[in-house]
Design a protein around this ligand. Structure first.
Ligand SMILES: C[S@@+](CC[C@H](N)C(=O)[O-])C[C@H]1O[C@@H](n2cnc3c(N)ncnc32)[C@H](O)[C@@H]1O
Length: 484
């Protein structure tokens, strides 16, 4: 069988090595393909001046080139494919300034890949096996194309069909397909979740997904809020019950009437101190107490920058919600958190105790996680309110329990006349390095030490998977606490 090949110069015929001729044939074929693809106005026939025909005996070719692809192209009608002056545009792109810079760069890297074969491939060109531009599996993989193309070629988005040197039939599958929208990188956060995160005020809150499935496990019916949402039956105390201090622009730590007093003395309990870098943190002394913080209120004369308005000024650290694996989503910060630093508020719908009981019964039956937080710190002769972070909440809604926690929830009042409605604020118990999971003890008052071994753990309780050496084995003392 013979191949009809048209050549444009005598130099191209110096070496009649069949493989080189085959290579020339392939190049010409690609140029014809290029001219077809780009619909050039000048006909290839117009540059046929020096062309000659030669015959290649296909039997003299190495057996690996006697493939179907070649056989098909040897059949009639024969074609003359010559673009004589254009040696090979793929290999002269360095000087082609008409190409957009981005396209030139991608072609250059493609070209370099072809010219610098990686020594690890088994069919490296040698004296006996001269370079075969176009058909060699070193330079153009024909087997396992999908796999090898990843390492050998630039990414799909840089490849333009009008500049590809080879026939379309031997291209890897999907090379000309547009990148599908559905093939999102695994860790990319879907737009619907990005939108939710952007609603949060203050430093950035991000979400890290470990897999695409992880995105679907993120609660769909959940929205971030920046303040409590009061539901039916929940009322703020009348403003006339509120009070404020009259310290001046900055409160006096010794005499500010907002501060609570030590039992049996007139000494004020001062919650905050200011570090040399001007970070406001809880005092060591206060961290050890079980006390409420009474921050200055809207009725106080002091400015917004008063040292006693730390929670009011809001979150100062960035947060990241991430997949912990066995404990579901968790919370961490990319920032270094200092001991005593305010982290964020626990927010949600504020509902009555009766509503909370109903919601908890449903959650328990469906074995769903609990997001209820009781506002029962101050004694009251009226039924307590409960914060439910299940459908509406802040990032702290994702904080998991640990039997050796690094954070603590402290109640904060900013409306001193209201005993039933106050803030749930998280503070760091110690210095926390960036990207450490932020945890708190769901039952700080429970003495789980009594459970000396795992056999004493209630088999129906929610198992604790905090992994700490002092782990109590279960999240709540009873099967499930009604509300935290
Ligand atoms: C307030 S949510 C915490 C966020 C939750 N991981 C998520 O993905 O939404 C409380 C629930 O998280 C799970 N959880 C929290 N801490 C845990 C722990 N130490 N061990 C096992 N599960 C835990 C329990 O299912 C619990 O009901």
């Amino acid at each position: 069988m013979f191949i009809d090949l048209t050549l444009d110069s005598d130099e191209e015929l110096q070496d009649e090595n069949p493989e080189q001729l085959l290579s020339l044939f392939t190049k010409q074929k690609s140029k014809k393909r290029k001219s077809e693809l780009t619909s050039e106005t000048s006909s290839p026939k117009s540059v046929l001046n020096n062309s000659r025909h030669i015959d290649i005996n296909s039997e003299s070719l190495p057996s690996k080139h006697n493939n179907t692809d070649l056989a098909i192209k040897t059949e009639a009608p024969k074609f003359d494919v010559v673009l004589p002056q254009l040696v090979d545009d793929v290999f002269s792109i360095d000087s082609d300034s008409s190409l957009p810079r981005k396209k030139r760069a991608s072609l250059l890297s493609w070209n370099r890949t072809r010219q610098e074969p990686k020594p690890t491939y088994s069919h490296s060109p040698t004296q006996e096996n001269p370079q075969l531009l176009g058909l060699s599996d070193v330079y153009y993989p024909v087997d396992n194309a999908d796999t090898r193309a990843v390492a050998t070629y630039p990414s799909r988005k840089h490849v333009s069909s009008d500049l590809l040197p080879l026939s379309l039939t031997s291209m890897p599958d999907g090379l000309f397909c547009k990148k599908s929208q559905s093939h999102r990188p695994k860790d990319e956060v879907p737009e619907r979740l990005q939108g939710k995160l952007l609603k949060i005020k203050g430093p950035q809150v991000t979400l890290t997904l470990s897999s695409e499935e992880n995105a679907t496990s993120f609660p769909d019916n959940f929205d971030f809020i920046n303040a409590y949402v009061l539901r039916r039956g929940v009322e703020k105390a009348d403003a006339s019950f509120d009070a404020g201090c009259d310290c001046g622009i900055v409160c006096d730590m010794k005499s500010c009437t907002c501060l609570s007093l030590e039992e049996g003395s007139d000494d004020p309990i001062i919650p905050y101190e200011i570090r040399s870098d001007r970070t406001y943190v809880l005092s060591n002394d206060f961290l050890k107490r079980t006390a409420m913080i009474f921050e200055c209120t809207a009725l106080c004369a002091c400015s917004r920058h008063c040292w006693n308005r730390v929670v009011e000024r809001g979150r100062t650290i960035a947060l990241n919600i991430f997949d912990t694996g066995i404990r579901g989503f968790g919370l961490r910060s990319p920032n270094y958190i200092k001991a005593g630093q305010f982290i964020d508020l626990y927010l949600g719908e504020v509902i009555t105790k009766a509503s909370a009981d109903r919601r908890e019964a449903i959650a328990e039956a469906q074995k769903r996680p609990s997001y209820l937080f009781s506002l029962d710190f101050l004694p009251s002769d009226r039924p307590i309110y409960v914060v439910d972070g299940q459908k509406f909440g802040s990032p702290t809604r994702f904080m998991n329990h640990s039997c050796n926690p690094n954070c603590r929830m402290i109640p904060v009042s900013r409306h001193h006349g209201d005993q039933r409605l106050y803030e749930l604020a998280f503070f760091a118990l110690r210095d926390i390095p960036p990207m450490t999971e932020l945890t708190f003890d769901y039952n700080p008052g429970w003495d789980g030490k009594k459970k000396k071994n795992r056999n004493q753990i209630d088999p129906n309780a929610v198992k604790c998977l905090c992994g700490e050496p002092n782990c109590r084995g279960q999240l709540w003392p009873t099967q499930r606490k009604r509300a935290r």
